[in-house]
Write a protein that binds this ligand. Sequence first.
Ligand code: 5GP
Ligand code: ZN
Length: 117
Amino acid sequence: MTDCLFCKIGEGSVPSDTVFEDESVKVFKDIHPKAPVHLLVIPKSHVDSVMNLEPAHAEMVSSLIYAAKKIARELGLAGYKLVFNVGREGGQVIDHLHLHLLGGWSGRADNDAPLHI
Ligand code: 5GP
Ligand code: ZN
């Protein structure tokens, strides 16, 4: 979508602090972090919201969760939250599907290693 901030971040025309990307997914730091580690996991293709998901999106949605799991493991997070805000009443402000990865409060698997994000 031409006028979508997260489509632009996905294609790289708007800069982001990217920690992972492949052909279909991008993971970048939230600009206003609500946790010591706060990343956003987005599909590069546009879908507004969980509300508009269809069966054909199933593989894409699982790829978001899998990317979050992979990055959390690489960062040594002992536990974390994965959150979809859905609709305005659910706290969704950006109308491009995104999975929040929140963690880093304590108990990293390797407590001596610095966080890399
Ligand atoms: P929502 O409330 O829609 O679930 O979450 C949107 C998130 O996007 C918020 O946590 C907000 O801080 C983040 N955000 C908004 N604009 C930008 C931006 O331009 N860059 C980055 N990295 N994050 C953004
Ligand atoms: Zn978009």
